[in-house]
Design a protein around this ligand. Sequence first.
Ligand SMILES: [Zn+2]
Length: 297
Amino acid sequence: MMIERLGRRAVLRNGTLVLATGTLSSTALFSDALFADDDRAGLRVGLVTDLHYADKPPAGTRHYRETLVKLAEAAAEFRRQQIDVLVELGDLIDAAETVETEQRYLATVNREFSAICDDRHYVLGNHCVDTLKKDEFLGAVGQSKSYYSFDRNGFHFVVLDSCFRADGQPYGRKNFHWTDANVPQEELDWLASDLAATDNRTIVLAHQRLDVSNNHGVKNNADVRRILEASGNVLAVFQGHSHQNDLKEIGGIHYCTLVAMVEGAGEENNGYSTMEIRQDGTIRVRGFRNQASREFV
Ligand SMILES: [Zn+2]
């Protein structure tokens, strides 16, 4: 069953007061009673993706500096909702001229991000490891691995890393083309054994898309999907990279693509969400600003 609910944009379209005043909190306008706050989920996860933070002027639709203000709004909402887990789905930073400058961008945005929640997880995006190498990015954010799994409240989470070239070399320091995204055999083997070892219902977290075969898709995503479907426990995949809302269902698994925080100027062009997983397996994504809300079972 898949029900697509009205997102923040639709609410704003009918409620111009928030755009006019800019003083109401984002939550004040959210009218969907299904997301009552006293109705605690099995688990509540804060989700952001494609922040592309950089201290540089806008380019096209990407407003790099505004990410800090947008992230502050998301942080206030995540604190209000008392999220259990915080996930960043990749492209936390955008490219800098030098490694030192890039490390400064990362330190700046991670100072804000890391203050939101102790239980936080970083998915590597291609922009995270454009200027930096993987160990430099991971070292700066305090995460030991680029792909791994963890359990919370009886749910299993898998963080994937698709930042590998077709020849298996890890991305880093401008050694790749962004469309050449792959999950190498070693990671596929790990994924299969990791999923075989759990009976918990599972959520997969990825940057590049596992549900499309265009430039935004992982090249061998059919191999990944085969493993996810074989497990029988995977409820959903959350991903970013293409910067637009999308939701597909393939082989009984929902692939929910989240909107990019960096896209567009002004607070109205923010995008972030909280995702509730209930013990009955229902997943509800409560989207803010340009992020669509979703509910699926
Ligand atoms: Zn991006």
